[in-house]
Write a protein that binds this ligand. Structure first.
Ligand SMILES: *Cc1c(COP(=O)(O)O)cnc(C)c1O
Length: 532
């Protein structure tokens, strides 16, 4: 096999000898290396012809005039297109192959959703347009809201939060507002050990103290331990159901009753709704607030962190505190937009706003398209197939990779394994990096924290049996290599654009800003922007 070149590339085809002319670009075959745009461009180039502005700014604004040209890279249009296309080829995507990241629900994004979202009436609306010019768009928001309420059995939904974690914040702010209205200052939120990191982070961000609830050996919330912690200072609990061990929490009723009896509220992390959509209504389980990640259950693109949507469904008890603006259908059958100035209609206790406007039209349109094209029966099948696929992976690999909770019955939509039983010195990381060489995005690793060396595999319902069989064959072969002590696995990946990174260094000393030559380009250095 050829040695990687200076940039870390290793040619996939392992040719004997050098059969290409030496270039300094780092390109090999169709595997293309790429520099930073700042290194490629120069300040005197521009992708478009811009006229020099002739208008003087209004007098009060002259102090904002730039004194020097901005330190932008300056690329032509073809250079810009190639730059981003080359970068995109170094990445992996759900459109390239399976993406079994547990908890993330990386499923296929149907193209019908894209077609609908691109209709000019949805794609080109502006949040400040007069309401009468965007009634169709508001109708989409209201119809989606209605479906989310129906599917979850809840009283109301706040549509504006932008992601799951933002929805968590919205839910906890509703809880805080409800407590304020009761004149109570409870400051503790209980969070199970297996929770996603966003849960305790959100609770802390919202000003609550976080107390952890242990898990039972069967991977569920320890109900007795939870009950023992309830009291006059507990604002509520945040419980993920199905939980992050891939298991349904069967004691949800009992938990909700106990929390309510103690004067608290139940927040449910709804990120795993994909496993139960159309089968279970969280409202029937006593939940007061739950975010729905439209990019998980309802197949909108995950989109590199945004633009996203994480609507929060609310119980009767919390609905009055939902943030504005709020799209609702009035008794007259017409859509109403509730804002600060007309906050009657059951919204006079709204805690404020999460964002400037209603939410993400593009995501709403995609999610509603997904729901309408599946119908209630289709959504139920989504959940059933997602669970079936995960159990197929679980049962196909559990003889090689220990599945800590497999004895407690079938899993929900994720299969959880541990790295116990691999040869000395081999761990989950080796399996994950090995998967990259096999052409798969790795599964979620080292999460949930309650399982040592966790591997959380979520195949989703959009993988075929043949696709699952290929993934299972790769996972099994890697497990066998790691059990057999195959040293070569320690250096995987061999065939990715970058070889194995120094994870400790990457976490401890991340270089997040290109420093270049600050005096020459005017680009701020790390120390100038407050980093270190
Ligand atoms: C994805 C996820 C979140 C956070 O949702 P975002 O939309 O990424 O902010 C929270 N909890 C769980 C269990 C998740 O899987």
């Amino acid at each position: 096999m050829n040695a990687p070149n200076a940039a870390g590339w290793r040619p996939a085809m392992g040719v004997a000898g050098e059969t290409r002319s030496a270039t300094s670009s780092g390109d090999y075959g169709l595997m293309l290396e790429e520099a930073l745009s700042f290194e490629l461009g120069s300040a005197d180039k521009c992708g478009v012809d811009l006229e020099k502005t002739r208008r003087e700014p209004a007098s009060g604004l002259t102090r904002f005039l730039r004194k020097a040209a901005p330190a932008l890279p300056g690329l032509t249009e073809p250079e810009t297109v190639r730059h981003y296309t080359r970068l995109s080829r170094q990445n992996y995507a759900i459109d390239l192959g399976p993406f079994p990241l547990g908890s993330c629900t990386m499923k296929h994004n149907p193209r019908l959703n894209e077609k609908m979202a691109r209709l000019p009436g949805f794609a080109d609306v502006h949040p400040l347009q007069p309401q009468k010019t965007v009634e169709g768009a508001l109708e989409v928001i209201e119809q989606l809201a209605d479906w989310l309420i129906t599917l979850t059995g809840m009283a109301s939904v706040a549509m504006s939060p932008k992601a799951g974690a933002h929805g968590e914040l919205c839910g906890l702010l509703c809880i805080r507002a409800a407590l304020d209205a009761r004149g109570e200052t409870r400051d503790i939120v209980l969070v199970p050990e297996s929770a996603h990191g966003t849960n305790p982070a959100t609770a802390a961000f919202a000003g609550f103290k976080v107390e952890s609830i242990p898990a039972t050996p069967a991977g569920r919330v320890d109900v007795e331990a939870l009950k023992a912690k309830l009291g006059p200072n507990v604002a509520g609990v945040m419980i993920t159901n199905p939980n992050t061990c891939g298991l349904f929490e069967p004691d949800m009723h009992e938990i909700a009753d106990a929390v309510h009896a103690a004067g608290g509220y139940v927040y449910c992390d709804g990120a795993n709704f994909n496993a139960i959509v159309g089968k279970v209504r969280p409202g029937d389980l006593g939940v007061d607030a739950m975010h729905i990640n439209l990019h998980k259950t309802f197949s909108t693109p995950h989109g590199g962190g945004g633009p996203g949507a994480g609507p929060v469904v609310l119980s009767e008890a919390l609905a009055p505190f939902a943030p504005l603006p709020f799209v609702t259908r009035g008794a007259d059958g017409c859509i109403h937009l509730v804002e600060e100035e007309n906050r009657g209609e059951g919204h006079d206790q709204a805690f404020g706003r999460m964002v400037a406007f209603h939410g993400q039209m593009g995501m709403f349109t995609r999610a509603l398209t997904y729901i309408l094209s599946h119908g209630a029966d289709g959504l139920r099948q989504v959940a059933e197939d997602a669970v079936l696929n995960a159990n197929y992976v679980l049962r196909s690999c559990e003889d090689l990779l220990p599945a800590p909770f497999a004895d407690s019955g079938p899993c929900m939509h994720e299969a959880l394994f541990s790295d116990a039983g691999l040869a000395e010195g081999f761990s989950t990381l080796d399996i994950a990096k090995g998967l990259i060489d096999e052409g798969f995005h790795p599964m979620t690793v080292y999460f949930p924290l309650v399982v040592k060396g966790a591997m959380l595999v979520e195949p989703t319902e959009t993988e075929s049996k043949a696709g699952l069989d290929r993934f299972i064959a790769s996972l099994r072969s890697l497990a066998e290599r790691a059990k057999g002590g195959d040293e070569s696995l320690h250096s995987a990946p061999y065939y990715a654009p970058r070889r194995r990174l120094d994870e400790t260094l990457a976490a401890r000393k991340p270089i997040l800003v290109w420093q270049g030559n600050p005096t020459e380009s005017g680009t701020p250095s790390l120390s100038e922007i407050g980093g270190s």
